[in-house]
Design a protein around this ligand. Structure first.
Ligand code: PLP
Length: 431
């Protein structure tokens, strides 16, 4: 019963350093958040010790009476958080992550070598939506299925629904996937449903990035139009790292059985019960009026950040945002996303480089993705994001300066100005 500090000082110290990094920097990665203490407590609980392959009431191991109750509560709360009728929708809460949730959904919906269409990675889509390059099939979603990605319109950065409609009539996919990792705009679900229905395809939404906004009623509802909806639980939803698969119920429970079997035994083994308990806690929080206010603030902050960057003369993909993320195009400044990411990192601002549609090379992306979910959890408001935009502006000035004269003094000054607060500087020194 020794503590982590007593048992393994090396790991303990690194955890402490990471805590400090997270709490003293500006976290702008669009897929990250700060989950609550209660969620972390459930996640770090002895539930991690238990094996429970199967579903509540039908396990392959004994001793699951409490685990069954927890998983059932989690399933109930998942439906409640998204205001779903349990007669119409069911959910599997066992996927270990968003990627495994997606592969299990694909396993349930289509057969090997069936065709699928998802948004191309370079247009903001996710790897698991059929990513491949001209030379290589990269994701298992393109290795085991035939993928033909759709894109955004080069000039506007918006989904090219016309081209998707045309190509889908030719390619005739069995599955159409919507949802993205770097798309700042709303989805036209009725139109996607029509495109899928033209040849009897399934429509699946991967709402990983925006599920907190869907729960908070700050994004269009994919459930009204889709057959299956997947999500991660750790982005705007603010839970532990995991995935969920929602499925529409049919007469013979056909889809339900297919999804459940795809998760276990097809793609996973024992569920991570500590994570499922933590998801349940996060879903309880996501159904509260406070969470709805949080989702509203995430969007208001994103809008404020986009406006402030635009006022500073910057170009944004799609010229703005409808959700929690802003895709910042740095090509007009002749800077790469990697350079700005690195300089931000040196100033304790965490962002990630991201390709912008039309980039010549995927290796050197021309932009940076920014998200407001994490800092909104730390109570940032619109005026704070105007300040964040000013800091970002200064990183660009430094990047340009470094590019020209390699001035490290300017960067040092900036870090000092950003920390400003002696306590933080001192804490950092102590570590
Ligand atoms: N789907 C989307 C849209 C994502 O953005 C991501 C992760 O960033 C995933 C799925 C994969 O989630 P995970 O990293 O939990 O496997």
């Amino acid at each position: 019963n020794t503590t982590l500090e007593e048992e393994d000082k090396e790991i303990f110290d690194l955890v402490e350093k990471e805590k400090l990094r997270q709490y003293t920097g500006l976290e702008l990665i669009a897929s990250e958040n700060f989950t609550s203490l209660a969620v972390m407590e459930a996640n770090g609980s002895p539930l991690t010790n238990k094996y429970s392959e199967g579903l509540p009431g039908a396990r392959y191991y004994g001793g699951n009476e409490h685990i069954d109750e927890i998983e059932n509560i989690c399933r109930k709360r998942a439906l409640e958080a998204f205001r779903l009728d349990p007669v119409v929708w069911g959910v599997n809460v066992q996927p270990y992550s968003g990627s495994t949730a997606n592969f299990s959904a694909l396993t349930a919906l289509i057969q090997p070598h069936d065709r699928l269409m998802g948004l191309e990675l370079a247009s903001g889509g996710h790897l698991t939506h059929g990513h491949q390059t001209a030379k290589k099939k990269i994701s298992s979603s393109s290795i085991y299925f035939e993928s033909m990605p759709y894109q955004v319109v080069m000039e506007t950065g918006l989904i090219d629904y016309e081209a998707l409609e045309r190509n889908s009539l030719l390619f005739r996919p069995k599955l159409l996937i919507c949802g993205a990792s770097a798309y700042p705009r709303e989805w036209d679900y009725p139109r996607l449903r029509k495109i899928a229905d033209a040849h009897g395809a399934f429509l699946m939404a991967d709402m990983a990035h925006i599920s907190g906004l869907v729960a908070g009623q700050e994004a269009a509802n994919p459930f009204d139009f889709c057959d299956v909806v997947t999500t991660t639980t750790h982005k705007t939803l603010r839970g532990p790292r995991a995935g969920l698969i929602f499925f529409r119920k049919d007469k013979n429970n056909d889809l339900e059985n297919r999804v459940n079997q795809a998760v276990f035994p097809a793609n996973q083994g024992g569920p991570h019960n500590n994570t499922i308990a933590a998801i349940a806690v996060a879903l309880k929080q996501a159904a509260t009026p406070e969470f709805r206010k949080y989702a509203q603030q995430v969007r208001a902050n994103s809008k404020a950040l986009a406006e402030a960057l635009t006022n500073l003369g910057y170009k944004l993909a799609t010229s703005g945002t409808d959700n929690h993320l802003v895709l910042w195009d740095l090509r007009p400044q002749k800077l790469t996303g990697s350079k700005v990411e690195r300089i931000c990192e040196m100033a304790n601002i965490t962002v990630n480089k991201n390709s912008i549609h039309g980039d010549k090379s995927a290796v050197s992306p021309g932009g940076v993705r920014l998200g407001t979910a994490a800092l909104t959890s730390r109570s940032f408001k619109e005026e704070d994001f105007v300040k964040v935009a000013e800091f970002l502006h200064r990183t660009v000035q430094i990047a340009l300066d470094v590019q020209e004269k390699t001035s490290s003094k300017m960067l040092k000054d900036f870090v000092i100005a950003l920390e400003g607060n002696q306590d933080i500087a001192q804490l950092r020194n102590e570590v």
